[in-house]
Design a protein around this ligand. Sequence first.
Ligand SMILES: [Zn+2]
Length: 277
Amino acid sequence: MQPENHSTGVLPPALIDIGINLAHDSYDSDRDVVITRARSAGVTQMIVTGSTLASSAQAVKLARAYPGLLFATAGVHPHHASELNAQTLAALEELARQPQVVAVGECGLDFFRNFSPHPVQRAAFEQQLELAARLGKPLFLHQRDAHDDFAAMLAGRGAHLRGVAHCFTGNGAQLQHYLGLGLAIGITGWICDERRGANLVPLMGEIPAERLMLETDGPYLLPRNLRPKPASRRNEPAYLPHNAMTVARARGESLESLAYSSTRAARQLFALAPPSS
Ligand SMILES: [Zn+2]
């Protein structure tokens, strides 16, 4: 990428939101405005999360409409694991093969909400691990309250593993476990929550720069310390610089240096060409 001259304050540092649920219906009325606002805030590229077959198809559609700016993931979230059968898996593979799809996911295990039974979650996850390996695409991984099972399944994939543990909210041991598996780490505005996110702050310095990526996970996880408080509870990619600032402070580095390294890391893992303009 072209390093921009930040010292003039003219250009905000170029960031990539690696996890934005832009297919979510809360953006239906003003999606274009949300995208424009994100670009003005310095978010130069975004990866639209697919979490069901339908939202993955919509993510691909969005990525086609905004080539070079939006990319997509295709996957079935553990909440929806029971949606995956032979027929939907074939449809998912068809989507995942599209050039706009830069990762398989989000997929993984969620034993916090347990919207799908554990064996169903494991089967759906395994199928998507195989799909990613078959297509040679990285994984966009979701895990909540299921670290041991999740890590064991990933360890079983051995050297084929390339992906990001999205919305990392774990402890130091879990972080080291993921890094040992070769994963990148996605940090959301969870870290901006002075109660729930406090344990993440001292861990930020342990993540190698080339493995740290930033995401909003909008419309979820509105950063709690945004000031002034937005009128809407809806999170959006334009707030990514706020997350980035919080992470940079926790790491004791400048926003510019974190923006540079996290953008480079995301482009590398997801094989994104820099935007043309
Ligand atoms: Zn998730």
